[in-house]
Design a protein around this ligand. Structure first.
Ligand SMILES: *Cc1c(COP(=O)(O)O)cnc(C)c1O
Length: 236
């Protein structure tokens, strides 16, 4: 766990994030209603998360199943998302604990989500993760195989494709990610024009602490912010 953040520290961080968020929105003629600010809460303790929620955060995302399960019941009921790599054998543990899974990176995983959702009589909302930097270390669809993936996943009865998600390669200068965000936005709009049944391109989830303003400029409508809100983590 990271060291507990003081209320004052969170307030300062939140103000800085909000200022940057609002400035980016105004540059593209959008308002807070148009873009979701999701707090990435890995390693953050329950009290701090609830404090953040009371201050106005209403979307939170965890990236590890075990951590989500251990914290979920203690956290005020807001929009809970899953944003990390998900192993197929763990799908059943979170299927009724989150309302959106950002990180669907294979047909196999989508099939398992549909299967488990069916058991709960629900349709699970998902985003497809794109390996936008074509990195060996990352999971996800490639821009080239995305449409084929979508065509297959859209036939699954108990999942609904709601959009795309990406984590660009790590780099020193956040401006370097602009080109990846541009490709993502292009994919997002191209897929829309394909009009695949049961595929809704509503959410484009990209941008983190260092580059969420750039992501917003390039069309993101959901940004995932951890460090800038909660401070540095000591492990990933
Ligand atoms: C941790 C995490 C984030 C937030 O990263 P920061 O750089 O701390 O803002 C966003 N997305 C995912 C999938 C994460 O795991």
């Amino acid at each position: 766990m990271m060291e507990k953040l003081s209320a004052e520290e969170f307030d300062l961080n939140f103000k800085a994030v909000n200022d940057k968020f609002t400035a980016a929105l105004s540059r593209v003629g959008k308002t807070k209603k148009d873009v979701i600010l999701l707090a990435a809460t890995k390693t953050v303790d329950i009290d701090t998360i609830n404090y953040a929620i009371n201050k106005g955060i209403n979307y939170i995302g965890e990236n590890k199943v075990q951590e989500l399960l251990s914290k979920r019941d203690g956290i005020i009921d807001v929009h809970h998302h899953f944003i990390g790599h998900l192993q197929t054998n763990k799908v059943k543990d979170i299927i009724d604990k989150v309302e959106l899974i950002h990180s669907v990176d294979s047909l196999k995983l989508a099939k398992e989500i549909s299967k488990q959702a069916a058991k709960k009589n629900k349709v699970m909302d998902i985003l497809l993760e794109i390996n936008i930097g074509d990195e060996a270390s990352k999971w996800g669809f490639t821009p080239e195989n995305l449409l084929d993936g979508i065509k297959e996943i859209s036939t699954l009865e108990n999942v609904r494709i709601c959009g795309l998600m990406a984590i660009p390669p790590m780099c020193e200068n956040p401006e370097n990610n602009r080109k990846y965000f541009k490709i993502m936005y292009q994919l997002f709009t191209d897929i829309k024009t394909e009009n695949v049944d049961n595929c809704f391109m509503n959410i484009l989830s990209m941008g983190m602490s260092d580059d969420f303003d750039i992501a917003i400029e390039e069309g993101a409508n959901l940004v995932r912010v951890g460090t800038a809100l909660f401070g540095k983590r000591y492990y990933i």
